[in-house]
Design a protein around this ligand. Structure first.
Ligand code: SF4
Ligand code: SF4
Ligand code: SF4
Ligand code: FES
Length: 1004
């Protein structure tokens, strides 16, 4: 609820309000049915439609753009207001044909339809005028129909100021304005990243998901001539019948649709931002993703969450268990597969002991499924050999935070990143790896003047937007971060009051960082001392600093040390315990936070309770009725080594493409071949599955219930939208079947029962219930038993006995594989916007694959010149660990002798991890993926550029402040509607050349 501090009088009744909020929000709260075609609460006032006019203190104004002030008297039903609103809407109808009955957007939420009904429009005065442009159907996911476009500008506002991709504009000065992509390019040749913001906020059918077209309505798949005839029929009827009966017909049709269209709330299954939305389905057809008010994302999505769902109905889905027989796989029944698993697991445990088995949980699956996987390992088999893929990315960040502040999670919410005075991104390609989270930073930077510093090897989008972009030498972030901290302490710029009250260990820390002078940092990192001083001063001057970091930091030999250094820097500058500040180790997978929270780790049970703590084991034993093994198990890296050592004989892995995403993939693949028994559970027959003895078909997120925990520690529910395909099953059901085949006697009938057990045993989740997470509700851990949660951590101190944080002396661990004479190039790798991780799900989307068909290696223009390379050339990259053949993309995103390969590939032979080694972060065993040296052999074959011209990277954005409605107001044919009615003075309403019209409440 908003906090009210004033009142306005609406139609004679005082109403509570908040100073400065848009007046329209008050009117909506009161429940007045006021038209508001262009207004969208998450976009703010756009002021293009004029349909929200009301009288304020006797003057006709736009209620969306009028800010609440004490003493306002508002009248919504004066003749002037009513007729002006009607006149404004009539103008909009001149741009839009009402063929609702045969329109795929007629689903009860079309703003044009609903406003026609609300205003009881019977006949339109302004004749409909088609625009002299064809539809643009070039984008694989959505199309633009200029003839239906009412020029409200919501899409432009969303693209410019919410997504901040800055692709869309409206050419207001043109005789026939329309929405433009990159100033007039076909959509598919523009900078559009297919995030879908514009489509989601379009109030009508001008922008529509192609998956809706011809699918949503009862009569919307009519052949084109019949479709046009139907429209003509409606137009012919309108003069005699009026719109009333026509709308009635379309509403009846919409009501019938309701019976076949399901709208199910779900949570995105890709990255850790945790966008939530409704998925609309008709039988198994996914009509669209409809984001409205997700707690992490609002209306926002990226290409994957909005359009990347083809994998769910892919023909490549596994639909039955498979058993390897004579070197080939054959379909099997569930009973046979489970019987075989139980027999082999029992045999191996009997012969070699429980620690001969290992379990890999999935950070793509739900919390409840991660919980059951570790319970299976610990309580049924009797081993702590359990891990999840946070080992591949997040563990060092968690380690750094545990050492210093006690909780291994983001300090606050995405909202805090938005509020910060300064955001620093280190080793994070945020706009591609966490796209919706990045939009909030881009928005604050563009509209609010937030400062942005980026440290990375590549000049990606965030680097280009940054106020300061630095390129430290690979693997040296620890040094510059610590040098900045030392400079701050040396010059007395630290937050002394904060440190005295809340931080231990200053003296020891100060002594430990003595070697990290600015001069030393310049020598090691290549960043000059003045720049480092500037960073120090930016931090101490900012009204709150958030540091976000990702795999560029963690996937190094010193990932834990650098993460610790980041947290130390935040501590000495007082950037914890307050909104708009703190540490943001951006979590990669949708549920990588949750998989770790659930104790799918070798040394912790749920909630990071130590397995070697007898009180913890007793608590679990009391609930589970079995003793837990005491000794910490093997992590996934150690499991691979144990296979080679012959001590690990069997593995049960679910939802992880470990054979491609673990480093030194050749070594890992060869390990899998040595396993005596290997069970892989997945949605697809993955590369890893090809090594299995039994493959179990799992169901993806849309086919099950459960919860995910995002990077903000936000726990959210997903609901079943589709039945499991074929004989596939939700992972939690499969794990229970395996456990029961081993004699466990589990009896969970719904994931909520698993969550009840989690809440009872895991203090961080103690107040979590499915009821408290109903619909779009969410909770951010720690959640107390009464259900109160913690959007901002540490507000009352740190989770240590004296409630004080700890400065932790850390030291620089240099990269191991710096280039040398033989391997002369540094190879970096990471995600791409379009694909998620290795791409097993996103390569099932033809649209996404059109944008990025495969992998490649980025080569700098200078290196390309030196070696005589052009985009498309085939090269062989050779490291100490393997080789790949891959095509070159020449780009200035990389510089000098640094290369970059995306980690996604449809061909396991080309996976970047054929090149990476087995060396790891010392504290957590996270592979040092980013620490790889290669040489490049140029092969004779030339070919196509591996990044097609339809990729957004070739586009030319057209940044502007928003929809720029003033340009519309300056058009000769524009009149303020009140002026049209002659009830107000035209002279007072028409926009002068350079300013906003007076009396229109425009204070934006
Ligand atoms: S980037 Fe493309 S899909 Fe996203 S809002 Fe802009 S135009 Fe629309
Ligand atoms: S395409 Fe854009 S300007 Fe046109 S109606 Fe949709 S949101 Fe409004
Ligand atoms: S991939 Fe991430 S940013 Fe994109 S929609 Fe899904 S959760 Fe949101
Ligand atoms: S809602 Fe469009 S001008 Fe206010």
């Amino acid at each position: 609820m908003p906090s009210f501090d004033t009142h306005v009088t609406v139609n004679g009744v005082p109403q509570p309000a908040t100073s400065g909020e848009p007046l329209i929000e008050v009117l909506n709260r009161v429940g007045l049915e006021l038209p508001q075609v262009c207004y969208h609460p998450q976009l703010g006032p756009i002021q293009t439609c004029d349909t929200c006019l009301v009288n304020v203190n006797g003057e006709l104004v736009r209620s969306c753009a009028t800010r609440v002030a004490a003493g306002q008297t508002v009248q919504t039903e004066t003749d002037a207001a009513r007729t002006s609103r009607a006149a404004a809407f009539d103008k909009l109808l001149g741009n839009h044909l009402l063929y609702c009955t045969v329109c795929d957007n007629n689903n009860g939420n079309c703003v044009m339809h609903n406003t026609t009904a609300l205003l009881k429009v019977e006949h339109q005065v302004t004749p409909y005028q088609p625009k002299p442009y064809p539809k643009d159907e070039t984008n694989p996911f959505y199309r633009y129909d200029p003839d239906q476009c009412i020029l409200c500008g919501r899409c432009v506002e969303a693209c410019q100021n919410l997504q901040v991709n800055e692709t869309l504009t409206i050419n207001w000065e043109d005789p026939h304005p329309r929405v433009l992509w990159d100033g007039g390019r076909p959509i598919n040749e523009s900078s559009c990243v297919s995030c879908g913001h514009c489509v989601s906020v379009c109030p009508c059918n001008a922008l529509m998901e192609k998956s809706m077209l011809g699918e949503a309505g009862l009569m919307t798949d009519l052949p084109l001539p019949v479709f046009h005839a139907a429209i003509d029929l409606v137009k012919a009827a309108e003069p005699s019948t009026g719109y009333g009966p026509i709308l009635q017909l379309s509403e009846t049709e919409a009501a019938i649709r309701e019976e076949s269209i399901e709208r199910t709330k779900t949570v995105c299954t890709y990255c850790g931002v945790g966008c939530s939305f409704e998925v609309w389905t008709k039988a198994r057809h996914i009509l669209k993703i409809e984001p409205t008010h997700g707690p992490a994302n609002g209306v926002s999505t990226c290409i994957k969450g909005k359009f990347g769902w083809d994998y769910v109905n892919s023909e490549k889905r596994l639909t039955t268990p498979l058993i390897r027989e004579n070197g080939a796989f054959r379909p099997a029944s569930w009973d046979e597969a489970l019987g075989l698993i139980a027999r082999r697991f029992r045999e191996i445990r009997a012969q070699h002991g429980p620690d001969a088995l290992g379990f890999i949980a999935s950070s793509k699956c739900t919390n409840e499924e991660a919980w059951l996987m570790q319970k299976l390992g610990r309580a049924v088999i009797g081993t702590n050999n359990i891990d999840n893929c946070s080992r591949y990315c997040q563990s060092p960040a968690t380690m750094g935070l545990w050492r210093t502040v006690g909780y291994g999670g983001d300090s606050g919410s995405i909202h805090d990143l938005e509020q910060a005075g300064l955001v620093i991104g280190i080793g994070t390609n945020t706009a591609e790896s966490h796209p919706v989270l990045a939009t909030r930073v881009k928005r604050a930077h563009k509209l609010r003047g937030q400062r942005l510093i980026v440290a990375d090897l590549r000049e990606h989008e965030m680097a280009r937007r940054a106020d300061l972009f630095i390129r430290p030498n690979p693997g040296t972030d620890f040094v510059w971060v610590t040098a900045v901290a030392k400079y701050i302490l040396d010059h007395g710029l630290e937050d002394r009051a904060f440190i005295e009250r809340w931080v231990n260990g200053l003296d020891e820390y100060r002594a430990s960082i003595a070697p990290y002078t600015l001069a030393y940092a310049e020598e090691v990192t290549g960043i000059n001392q003045d720049t480092l001083k500037q960073i120090a001063h930016e931090i101490v001057q900012a009204d709150g600093t958030c540091i976000m970091w990702a795999m560029g930091v963690t996937q190094q030999c010193g990932g834990s040390e650098t993460s610790t250094a980041i947290s130390n820097l935040l501590l000495i500058t007082g950037n914890y315990m307050r909104p708009g500040a703190g540490a943001y180790p951006l979590r990669g997978h949708n549920n990588v936070q949750g998989a770790s929270d659930m104790g799918a780790m070798p040394n912790f049970v749920g909630g990071y309770q130590k397995i070697d703590d007898s009180a913890v084991r007793e608590k679990f034993a009391a609930r589970w009725g079995v003793e837990l093994p005491q000794k910490a198990g093997l992590d996934n890296h150690e499991m691979v080594d144990a296979i080679y050592q012959g001590t690990l004989k069997a593995m049960y892995l679910k939802g992880e493409e470990m054979g491609i995403v673990d480093s030194n993939a050749n070594y890992v693949d060869a390990a899998f071949e040595r396993l005596e028994f290997f069970v892989v559970q997945d949605v697809f027959f993955s590369h890893t599955a090809s090594f299995a003895d039994v493959v179990l078909p799992a169901s993806p997120s849309l086919e099950k219930e459960g919860t995910f925990t995002n990077t903000e520690r936000r726990i959210q529910r997903l609901y079943r939208a589709l039945e499991p395909l074929g004989d596939s099953k939700p992972d939690w059901e499969i794990i229970q079947l395996v456990a029961n085949a081993l004699g466990a006697g589990w009896n969970y009938t719904h994931p909520s029962e698993i969550m009840e057990e989690i809440a009872a045993l895991v203090p961080l989740y103690s107040g979590v219930t499915y009821e408290r997470l109903e619909g779009f509700k969410s909770l951010q851990w720690p959640v107390l038993p009464d259900g109160s949660d913690t959007p901002l951590l540490f507000t009352e101190g740190f989770p240590f006995p004296d409630r004080k944080a700890r400065l932790y002396p850390a030291s620089f661990i240099a990269p191991q594989e710096t280039p040398d004479a033989e391997y002369d190039l540094h190879l970096n790798n990471g995600r791409m916007l379009e694909h998620f991780h290795e791409g097993n799900m996103t390569f099932k989307s033809p649209g996404i694959t059109e944008k990025v068909p495969g992998t490649f290696v980025e080569v700098s223009p200078e290196l390309a010149r030196e070696r005589g390379l052009e985009s498309g050339r085939l090269v062989r990259l050779v490291s100490r660990h393997g080789d790949v053949r891959v095509r070159v993309l020449v780009t200035d995103w990389v510089e000098g002798k640094q290369l970059y390969m995306p980690m996604n590939t449809p061909d396991a032979r080309q996976a970047v991890n054929r090149l990476t080694g087995s060396h790891t972060d010392l504290s957590t065993h996270t592979p040092a993926y980013k620490d790889t040296a290669v040489r490049m052999e140029i092969l004779p074959e030339e070919g196509e550029n591996p990044l097609p011209r339809v990729n957004h990277r070739y586009g030319h954005p057209t940044p502007q402040r928003g929809v720029e409605v003033e340009r519309k107001w300056r058009r000769a044919d524009y009149r303020f509607p009140g002026a049209l009615e002659g009830r107000v003075q035209i002279a007072r309403r028409v926009a002068p050349e350079t300013s906003t019209p007076t009396g229109m409440g425009s204070d934006d």
